[in-house]
Design a protein around this ligand. Structure first.
Ligand code: MN3
Length: 239
């Protein structure tokens, strides 16, 4: 996706959210606009595996708190914040992009984005070992050289993120890229397509690893990343 189509994507989403601020963005045809590959409801999705499935890297206790308290809490807060507004019936993605543009909707943005980021986080992990599809593997070779180089970049971004945040593999202008965001940040705000994400908020690892974020990240990157899901997202984003 090049920059014109990215503006078109943002404009389309922005207008769907009733935003006048996007009116000056360059129009792009639907044919060239990148796909929004999710239209997520504002409801907590089921955990895709048993709470103890990610142990010993991530304990059942951490998954329980993380999913049932933190992740569920963002949806609960969001529901209260958008109740009775037009955003109550919008997709999570529409709320995120619209709220990001409204300075007085910071709480809406934070809760919607945290809800979405955690949706992808659970999908980005799996107890079952997996490898990238041939198409994604080829793109990894093109953009990082080797799978090990990508994993090293992702690890560095996750360990190096100062404070709370997220480390991502994204599709950006047709290329794979590692990114980091702080707090509830999400690369979709830049027009990029998130393929997988690692949560580096302390609540993701503190019960298991205390301050040793690097141990958590190493375990996630080398034992738990769901390359099957990343491959499906890559296929959808490039179709
Ligand atoms: Mn979290």
């Amino acid at each position: 996706m090049h920059s014109d189509s990215r503006r078109g994507f943002i404009q389309t989403v922005g207008l769907a959210g009733g935003l006048a601020w996007m009116a000056s963005a360059t129009p792009a045809s639907a044919a060239t606009a990148p796909k929004m590959i999710d239209h997520s409801p504002q409801t907590l999705p089921p955990l895709p595996y048993a709470p103890d499935a990610l142990a010993p890297v991530i304990s059942a206790r951490t998954v329980d708190f993380h999913y049932n308290k933190h992740h569920a809490g963002y949806f609960t807060n969001l529901a209260k914040l958008v109740a009775g507004t037009p955003w109550a019936s919008s997709s999570l993605e529409e709320v995120i992009l619209a709220a990001a543009a409204a300075p007085d909707k910071r709480a809406v943005f934070n809760n919607a984005a945290q809800a979405w980021n955690h949706n992808l986080y659970w999908q980005s992990l799996s107890p079952t070992p997996s490898t990238p599809s041939p198409a994604l593997a080829s793109a990894i070779t093109r953009d990082f050289g080797t799978q090990a180089a990508l994993e090293a970049d992702l690890t560095k971004a996750a360990v190096g993120q100062f404070g709370s945040g997220w480390a991502w593999l994204v599709l950006s202008d047709g290329k794979l890229k590692v990114a980091a965001t702080s707090n509830a940040g999400n690369p979709m705000l830049e027009g990029d397509v998130p393929l997988l994400v690692i949560d580096v908020w302390e609540h993701a690892y503190y019960l298991d690893e205390q301050n040793r974020r690097a141990d958590y990240v190493e375990g996630v990157v080398h034992k738990l990343l769901n390359w099957g899901n990343a491959s499906r997202r890559y296929a959808t984003a490039t179709a």
